[in-house]
Design a protein around this ligand. Structure first.
Ligand code: URA
Length: 259
C-alpha cells in the first residue's frame, strides 16, 4: 500500500472519529503532513550522535527526550545502567528493583504500562504478574509477543508503594527514560495500556474511553490506546472493547510498510 492509500485510510478513520466525537477529538495529521505519523524508515535513520562523555555531562536538556538535569544517553545500555541506580524520585527508597523494560530491540510495537507491581519489583521485569500473563495473551491473539516483535516498558520504572498511581512529580522525573527508550528503539507503533499511560503520552486528561480507537501520535510515532490488563481482569465488561482495540492495532500495523 502506498502513501496515498495510507493517507486515505487515516482520513477515513479520522473522519469517523470526528463524526462520532463532534469535532477533532485527537491530533490528526495535517494534510500534506502525513509522513509525520509514519515512522522513519529504519535504514534512513541516522544513528544517535555519540558525544564525548565530558560534553554530555555538561550538555543538559538539549534533547527533547532528555530527562531534565540529566544528559542525553548515547546508548540504551547506558540508559539502563543509569536507571538502575536512579534516585530522581521518592520511589527509589521503596523499590527492590528498577524495572527498565524487556523485549525486542527492533520492535514493531512498544507496549507502555503504568509502573511495576509487586511481582515486577521482585523480578526486575515488566508485566510478569497475572496482568502480565493476560497482556501476553492479548498480544498473542494478534501475532505479537515480547519475544518476537514487541518491547514492553512502563511510564515509571519503580514500583509505587501499595500499587498506588504514580504521582505527577514521579512521572515527570521518570518519563525521560521512556522517551529515550522509544527514541532508541524506533517502534512502528506505541501501544499504551491504561489511563496513566494513555494520559501521560497524549498529554490529555480525558477518560480512557475517549482516547481509545484513535490514532494519536507520540514522538511522531502512531500511538494507540486500550485499557490496562489488570483493570480488565477486574471488570470483564471491558474484554470486548479491548478486543476491538487489539484489532485496531493489528489493522494499523498491517497497513504499515514492511521492513
Ligand atoms: N502493571 C503495569 O502497568 N506494568 C507492569 O509492569 C506490571 C503491572
Amino acid at each position: 500500500m502506498n502513501e496515498q492509500h495510507l493517507q486515505k485510510y487515516y482520513n477515513i478513520v479520522n473522519q469517523l472519529h470526528d463524526s462520532t466525537h463532534g469535532g477533532f477529538a485527537c491530533r490528526h495529521p495535517e494534510k500534506g503532513d502525513f509522513t509525520k505519523l509514519m515512522p522513519a524508515k529504519k535504514h534512513e535513520q541516522a544513528a544517535p550522535e555519540a558525544k564525548p562523555a565530558s560534553t554530555r555531562q555538561q550538555n543538559l536538556i538539549e534533547d527533547e527526550n532528555a530527562l531534565p538535569g540529566v544528559s542525553v544517553f548515547s546508548s540504551l545500555e547506558e540508559l539502563i545502567n543509569t536507571a538502575k541506580s536512579c534516585d530522581r524520585c521518592r520511589l527509589c527508597h521503596t523499590r527492590k528493583n528498577v524495572v527498565t523494560g524487556m523485549g525486542i530491540l527492533t520492535p514493531d510495537v512498544f507496549v507502555v504500562g503504568e509502573g511495576p507491581g509487586a511481582n515486577e519489583d521482585e523480578q526486575g521485569l515488566p508485566f510478569v504478574g497475572r496482568g502480565g500473563q493476560y497482556l501476553d495473551k492479548w498480544l498473542d491473539s494478534i501475532g505479537l509477543s515480547r519475544t518476537t516483535n514487541c518491547y514492553i516498558a512502563n511510564i515509571v520504572k519503580c514500583r509505587p508503594p501499595q500499587n498506588r498511581d504514580p504521582m505527577k512529580d514521579e512521572i515527570e522525573a521518570c518519563v525521560g527514560y521512556l522517551n529515550q527508550q522509544i527514541a532508541f528503539l524506533k517502534p512502528k507503533i506505541i501501544f499504551a495500556c491504561g489511563r496513566i499511560a494513555a494520559q501521560t503520552l497524549t498529554g490529555r486528561t480525558s477518560a480512557l474511553v475517549a482516547l481509545r480507537q484513535k490514532i494519536h501520535s507520540y514522538q511522531d510515532i502512531p500511538l494507540v490506546i486500550t485499557y490496562h490488563p489488570a483493570g480488565v481482569l477486574r471488570n470483564p465488561d471491558l474484554r470486548r472493547p479491548v478486543w476491538e482495540d487489539l484489532k485496531f492495532l493489528k489493522n494499523l500495523l498491517e497497513e504499515m510498510p514492511k521492513d
